[in-house]
Ligand binder design. Structure first.
Ligand code: DC
Length: 233
């Protein structure tokens, strides 16, 4: 499929491990392009939060499938970002704790959860003009996305960024422990059988370890605009 048949523009996939700067970059890139930003990690986090609130075990696939069928996940645009709503309830803060991060990594490996969210993501982005950030967007959700990026940074750098974020929120964490958690989450995401974290063959790899946000943004914006211009030709 190309943007010639998508109504509102191309689909941009931004995949990569946690802490590589995906959320920040995706939000700002969406703003520059006038595109919608779809944070698929927030959707998995929302499922994990609901499963935890309802006491559903991580390996109870039947209960997870039933849970997913009752959830309506939506985004309420707010400035550059968005609030995350589940069945109308704002869960934006509740989904960002360390506990939910770890649970999400486990729950996102379950087939029924991936199947349910895959369908939701395709439906939400079907018209194009969307930037999706996640782990399997370019490989599984939209293998036909017109532009694909794989954004990385060293584990140390990603751990440091996460540590500063958590410390700013007043969470009591150490740098060493935060780096260790980043590495452990990476290996869970890469090793899982279903839709593991992997760079698509046709994705452009961007290493943000030594690049500023603006440098990454400029590079990506240029790439997307070239592609959009190419589609129109
Ligand atoms: O991007 P994030 O840190 O908010 O993602 C939370 C978790 O969800 C992370 O462990 C990986 C998982 N995830 C996934 O498996 N597939 C996606 N498309 C997005 C996130």
């Amino acid at each position: 499929m190309s943007s010639k048949v998508r109504e509102k523009g191309v689909i941009v996939a931004i995949d990569g491990p946690s802490g590589a700067g995906k959320s920040t970059i995706t939000k700002l890139l969406a703003q520059r392009l006038g595109y919608i930003h779809l944070d698929t990690g927030a959707m998995f986090r929302a499922v994990a939060l609901m499963a935890s609130q309802r006491g559903i075990a991580v390996d109870d696939d039947a209960a997870l499938a039933a849970l997913c069928s009752t959830l309506e996940i939506s985004f309420l645009r707010e400035g550059v970002g968005a609030r995350v709503l589940v069945n109308g309830e704002d869960v934006s803060s509740a989904i960002r704790t360390e506990e939910i991060s770890l649970l999400t990594s486990a729950i996102s490996a379950r087939k029924p959860v991936r199947a349910a969210l895959l369908a939701m993501q395709r439906q939400m982005a079907r018209e194009g003009g969307v930037i999706l950030e996640g782990r399997d967007i370019g490989t599984v959700v939209f293998p036909d996305a017109e532009v694909k990026f794989f954004l990385t940074a060293s584990a140390e750098e990603r751990g440091k960024r996460r540590f500063l974020e958590l410390a700013a929120r007043g969470e009591e964490v150490t740098l060493e422990d935060t780096i260790a958690k980043v590495i452990s989450r990476d290996s869970q995401d890469e090793a899982r059988e279903c839709a593991p974290l992997r760079q698509a063959d046709d994705a452009l790899a961007v290493d943000s370890t030594r690049l500023s946000i603006d440098e990454v943004l400029n590079l990506m914006e240029e790439t997307v605009r070239e592609r959009i211009a190419g589609e129109k030709r």
